[in-house]
Design a protein. Structure first.
Length: 500
């Protein structure tokens, strides 16, 4: 019997009413294992209405109440992390260790939300004029929405909703329809932790659900992670409807390897950053820029390591890389490799013919490595979102940085070098929002914000960290004058001496 994933509205599971369902496949077998209900505009309205009703009380609740619930949720999430990881593997395909790592990174943001009281502290200036004080405070927005991608079905929502609800907002999540089960299980755990009904809601669906959230007058802010074209649309549409927007788009992350770098460490880093999670992550290193004469040696070291990666079902403990999310995505990724030689690339490894015995219908693709890639090649220009690594050559540090800065994307980047001066120049001169120095995937810890530059981010705020708190709150300034008790009307004596 096929499993059905329904919505979560007002603190309970709600059957889909639109009559439309989408298929969810096991990427390792290609079999449809689940149907997910697609919400109509009216069902989205019901979720927003539940969130709006809940905000009336939740927005006025104490910080102590909010954080105590989040502490209980954190404990439950920790207890059930294996279960959630198994749901991710079953629908996304990533190996279990990757799925566990995803839950762990989400827990970091829950930790931050548990201590949100520090970020929500206001400011006070006393005696700015005679008996006048000025205070700055931050208050929640109301109903906010999150639209999240398939590649991290637990972590990316947890980049958003813990901060949002800790700040006093209520939340409507529209997760990816490709792997929806983790979001509903998280909703159940929030309810078990004591979160009031309607504070966190989940609606599944496609463009119909997304567009309704973008235009709904009661949704005050929208957070999004996905591709650049969709991020641009989300930002433009939600902004036109008067909403705050943080829309994180695509990436083409570069790793600059200087001639003095430890090439073994650089090769290890390139392989893990390019092929981990099958390359389906916005912080994957998809372009290595080799400077000077090291290119041939570096490529050979990468090839040696890449060929040893064990590819198989995500539930197999021996697997180091799983399948891609869908057959259509697998075919799209393969097309970049198939056309690479004609565009001037040297195909060192071609993984397009890979399959796994006993799982022939899975969405498999092997490791691909392209060398001497021209910047005109589609494999370089596009975000592939799969296990394809491009190696480019640069004669000098300056040429390498110029190449990186010419990219329309500016999400993350890294430099590998033993030279502190070169590393310092790089972190100041490179045009990207997140920089690693001998660190290939510079995803910030929870108390620093995550976000890129250029076509990798639309909106003014990064996610989580201080930016997350500011995004989900708005400032208010209160100017106060109180009469001194000594100035009370005649006949009322409060015992204050009249000596001033």
């Amino acid at each position: 019997m096929t499993k059905i994933v329904n919505h979560w509205i007002g603190g309970k599971a709600v059957d889909g009413a639109s009559g439309t369902y989408g298929p969810v496949t096991d990427p390792a077998t290609g079999a449809v294992t689940t149907k997910v209900a697609f919400a109509s505009a009216e069902e989205v309205d019901a979720a927003v209405a539940a969130a709006k009703d809940a905000f009336a009380a939740w927005g006025r609740s104490s910080l102590a109440q909010r954080t105590s619930i989040l502490f209980r949720f954190r404990a439950l999430l920790d207890t059930h992390r294996d279960e959630i990881a198994e749901l991710i593997t079953a629908e996304h395909g990533k190996v279990h260790s990757d799925a566990l790592g995803e839950v762990a990174r989400g827990l970091e943001i829950v930790d931050l939300a548990c201590g949100i009281s520090v970020q929500l502290k206001g400011e006070l200036s006393t005696q700015v004029a005679s008996r006048v004080d000025v205070a700055s405070i931050r208050q929640p927005l109301g109903v906010v929405a999150g639209i999240t991608p398939f590649n991290f079905p637990a972590m990316v929502p947890m980049w958003m909703f813990p901060i949002a609800i800790a700040c006093g907002n209520t939340f409507v999540l529209k997760p990816s329809e490709k792997d929806p089960s983790a979001s509903v299980r998280i909703a159940e755990l929030l309810s078990e932790a004591g979160l009031p009904d309607g504070v966190f809601n989940v609606v599944h669906g496609d463009k119909t659900a997304v567009d309704r959230l973008l235009e709904h007058p009661d949704v005050k802010a929208v957070s999004f992670v996905g591709s650049t074209p969709i991020a641009r649309h989300i930002h433009a549409t939600a902004s036109a409807n008067g909403k705050r927007v943080q829309a994180l788009g695509g990436a083409k992350n570069h790793m600059l390897v200087l001639p003095d770098a430890d090439l073994d460490a650089a090769a290890d880093a390139a392989v893990s950053a390019a092929y981990g999670s099958a390359g389906e992550r916005c912080m994957a290193i998809s372009a290595v820029v080799a400077v000077g004469s090291i290119g041939d040696t570096l490529v050979e070291k990468i090839r040696e390591r890449a060929e040893k990666i064990k590819i198989g079902p995500g539930g197999d403990p021996a697997s180091e890389m799983g399948p891609l999310i869908t057959k259509a995505h697998r075919d799209k990724v393969a097309s970049y490799v198939a056309g690479a030689a004609a565009e001037g690339c040297e195909v060192v490894l071609d993984g397009t013919g890979y399959t796994v015995e006993g799982f022939e219908d899975g969405h498999w693709i092997g490791i691909s490595l392209l060398d001497r890639v021209p910047t005109s090649a589609k494999a370089y220009q596009d975000e592939i979102f799969g296990p394809v690594l491009c190696v480019l050559r640069a004669g000098t540090y300056e040429e390498g940085v110029a190449l990186i800065n010419a990219s329309p994307f500016g999400n993350g980047t890294a430099v590998f070098t033993r030279d502190g001066g070169a590393a310092r120049r790089f972190q100041l001169e490179v045009e990207a929002g997140m920089v690693g120095v001998n660190v290939p995937i510079p995803v910030p810890v929870g108390y620093h914000s995550f976000g890129g530059w250029k076509d990798s981010l639309f909106g003014d705020h990064h996610v989580y960290g201080n930016d997350g708190t500011h995004f989900y709150t708005r400032g208010k300034v209160v100017t106060t004058r109180w009469p001194d008790p000594a100035d009370a009307p005649a006949g009322v004596d409060l015992g204050f001496p009249r000596n001033h």
